[in-house]
Design a protein around this ligand. Sequence first.
Ligand code: CMP
Length: 134
Amino acid sequence: MSRTLILVKPDAYARGLTGEILARFERKGLSIVALEKQTLTAATAETHYAEHKERPFFGELVEFITSGPLVAAVLEGNDAVKAARQIIGATNPLEAATGSIRGDFATEVGQNLVHGSDSDESAAREAAIFFPSL
Ligand code: CMP
């Protein structure tokens, strides 16, 4: 068993897709260990996305992720990072498989509905940002 951190981003929250998205993870066999609606400060967003600091879209990314409420969750299951990323789909929704969240519900890379940790190390680092008492 392992854990991953997912974010139902502000676009998904605003579109009322939170339940649909969480249900897909649960149906796959991932269970919810922690769940909270949060509105991020720029400082928290910059910490979470620190690895993208030098990217040209960093400012846009921080602006978007702080633009409204999101839902953060820690999920647990067999190979949770890989399982969640399969459910989420490729970063660019136009390249994401039909049946994945991004493939089914999004068209723009900057508004791709969900974030999922990319490794066990990232999952531990990111979970500590959103759920420091976990
Ligand atoms: P996420 O999985 O949250 O991790 C980093 C995010 O950067 C990614 O999803 C995308 O939403 C975002 N991103 C990647 N490429 C671009 C881009 N070219 N323009 C805007 N945002 C991007």
